[in-house]
Design a protein. Structure first.
Ligand SMILES: [Zn+2]
Length: 184
């Protein structure tokens, strides 16, 4: 590996970074990583929704519920239950129930639940002209066609603003999309 080469965070290939912040070898890898991040975020939202459904006053919870609430892998919990490290009630196959209070004693408060209660952070971007690239600038800077820029903007719901003849998009959002700064 040459000193100037970097390893792509997506495919692991060595590449010569265009800018110091480049972490992906290509737009393809950058886009793939972006998609994966979106999938991961969706999953997290899904878990939070499930966690919200667990009644707070229910004393006995299932192993998957305990895993979600306390942020511990199900496998680990099943192992601890099997070894008797976590006392449990077995209502049948895969119907193991754990005392929530025991979990709290062992692992502390159910932190994910508390996080789920806090309002989601709003994404901050500025649509001031100096904080934006025009579509033409984006195409030039990242060496893609304006058509592709438009389709990515639509696909990833990136906000835009028209000023005069030109359409502008926030630098922060565009840099995240094409440079992957956000994924480090
Ligand atoms: Zn790559």
């Amino acid at each position: 590996m040459k000193r100037s080469d970097k390893q792509c965070l997506n495919c692991g290939k060595e590449f010569l970074p265009k800018t110091v912040t480049s972490v992906y070898c290509s737009h393809v890898c950058s886009k793939k990583a972006y998609k994966q991040k979106m999938i991961r975020l969706k999953k997290e939202v899904g878990i939070k929704a499930l966690v919200d459904k667990i009644p707070q006053n229910r004393a006995f919870i299932s192993v998957p519920e305990a895993g979600m609430l306390f942020g511990i892998a199900k496998k680990t919990l099943y192992r601890l239950v099997e070894k008797g490290k976590i006392p449990s009630v077995n209502l049948g196959t895969r119907l193991i129930r754990i005392d929530r209070r025991v979990m709290e004693e062992m692992f502390g408060p159910a932190s994910i639940l508390q996080q789920a209660k806090s309002p989601p952070k709003k994404k901050l971007y500025s649509l001031e002209k100096e904080d934006c690239y025009s579509i033409g600038e984006i195409a030039q800077r990242f060496q893609i066609s304006e058509g592709s820029v438009y389709s990515h903007i639509r696909k990833y719901s990136i906000p835009t603003r028209q000023i005069g003849k030109h359409v502008y998009a926030p630098k922060s959002e565009i840099d995240n999309l094409y440079n992957g700064n956000d994924f480090i």
